[in-house]
Write a protein that binds this ligand. Structure first.
Ligand code: HEC
Ligand code: HEC
Length: 352
């Protein structure tokens, strides 16, 4: 998978610290507990992990690391290359292009609202955002064949230690300059937990503003929650129950991606992928783990025809016999899930 090809810093550590970073106050152990930002309407508070609580300093450090191309071996890719703010934290491509222009087999999911998503990746193979972040920044595939993942991690940390501006930010965030790869991952994860989408027309409608959604969107909502029961999987405020399901995507290929099966080794997980959030879905196409469906209309058509037949197809995926109007209404409803809370996030203007 190409995103795994991202290894560690490939360029010499930059020696010039930023003036700005020099002016940051140093960490103080007895600073009052900070209040995290409140997610927009429709979203509950974030449960911050006990071993990685919120702090504004960590969010800022995480943002710098997230956008820093020095996290890739060829200094060309950052997390944002494949999860770009201007593309609703995806890359707008069917599958991602990693280092050296290599194409992977899976589409980059959005980082939006991952704060409420424990298991990461389409197949749920990472147990947290912290876990996930270590993959792309320190995968040994891009390094010499002898190198282990531990060595790759050590190399990243060494590079960062050579950047005084970053060291100040780490000290402010974690109270130490003696950093490990876990500090790097924690900072990135903290930043990711502040990327939200809420206060969508759907949320305002739910709060009582009956003008927030069009008639078509209201009809689509009723289909979604009642007749068609999309919410048997796309459930709750984030429109996912976190389950892995086979809806047939890619199962007509000669060698299908086995999805969750690779992690669980359970036969019934063959071709099952994590049910994704539908928040801001209007902006995160193309759709599905392999980016095989271009538009929301294509997605609705996929469900309407009963998915792609295969031995492990979820029983709830069957022909829906939707009218053209029903299909339009469903698409319109999905657009009512476009919200706010991520558009303000930008790359730093200068890096340490
Ligand atoms: C080359 C493109 C690329 C780069 C660079 C990249 N990613 Fe990803 N990312 C992907 C792809 C593709 C997936 C899905 C892979 C899978 O599920 O097997 C993914 C998955 C994720 C997920 C899981 C989301 C979910 O719904 O489960 C998160 C979070 C994430 N990436 C964050 C990051 C962070 C943080 C970085 C930088 C340290 C990063 N990515 C760098 C392409 C990329
Ligand atoms: C049986 C569970 C299930 C049901 C029912 C279901 N979905 Fe999904 N949905 C999924 C899974 C799993 C995926 C990801 C599949 C993949 O990539 O292989 C998905 C993907 C999607 C996507 C693309 C998301 C993305 O980020 O690429 C959209 C849009 C979507 N579903 C909308 C709907 C609508 C509308 C309905 C009702 C007509 C519906 N879903 C019913 C499980 C379900």
């Amino acid at each position: 998978m190409t995103f795994r090809k991202l290894a560690c810093f490939g360029i010499p550590a930059l020696a010039l610290p930023l003036l700005v970073a020099n002016l940051l106050p140093v960490f103080s152990a007895d600073a009052p507990a900070e209040k995290p930002p409140k997610p927009p309407l429709g979203l509950p508070p974030v449960q911050w992990p006990e071993d990685n609580p919120y702090s504004a300093a960590k969010v800022e450090l995480g943002r710098f690391l997230y956008f820093d191309t020095r996290l890739s071996a060829d200094s060309k890719l950052s997390c944002a290359s494949c999860h770009a703010p201007e593309k609703a934290f995806t890359d707008g491509a069917p599958v991602s292009t990693g280092i050296g222009g290599q194409k992977g087999g899976r589409s980059a999911p959005t980082v939006i609202n991952q704060a409420w998503n424990t298991w990461q990746f389409w197949d749920g193979r990472a147990a947290s955002l912290e876990d996930q972040a270590k993959g792309p920044i320190a995968n040994p595939i891009e390094m010499t064949s002898e190198k282990t993942s531990d060595e790759a991690h050590a190399a990243v940390v060494k590079r960062l230690k050579g950047v005084p501006g970053y060291m100040k930010m780490f000290e402010k965030s974690f109270g130490t300059r003696d950093i490990t790869i876990d500090h790097v991952a924690k900072a990135i994860a903290t930043f990711e937990r502040t990327v939200y989408s809420g206060n969508a027309p759907f949320d305002r409608y739910n709060e009582g503003d009956k003008k927030a959604m069009s008639d078509s969107q209201v009809r689509g909502m009723n289909l979604f929650f009642n007749k068609v029961a999309c919410d048997s999987c796309h459930l709750g405020f984030n429109f996912t129950d976190g389950s892995y399901e086979n809806i047939g995507i890619g199962m007509d290929k000669p060698t299908p991606d086995l999805g969750r099966f690779v992690v669980s080794q359970k036969d019934e997980d063959t071709g099952a992928f994590k049910t994704p959030t539908l928040r801001d879905i209007e902006h995160t196409g193309p759709y599905m783990h392999d980016g095989s469906l271009k538009t929301l209309a294509d997605v609705v058509e996929h469900y309407n025809k009963g998915g792609i037949k295969n031995k492990h197809l979820n029983q709830r995926i069957k022909p829906l016999n939707l009218s053209d109007q029903d299909k339009k209404d469903l698409v319109e409803f999905l657009k009512a899930l476009s919200g706010e809370g991520w558009q303000q996030i930008k790359a730093p203007e200068k890096f340490p």
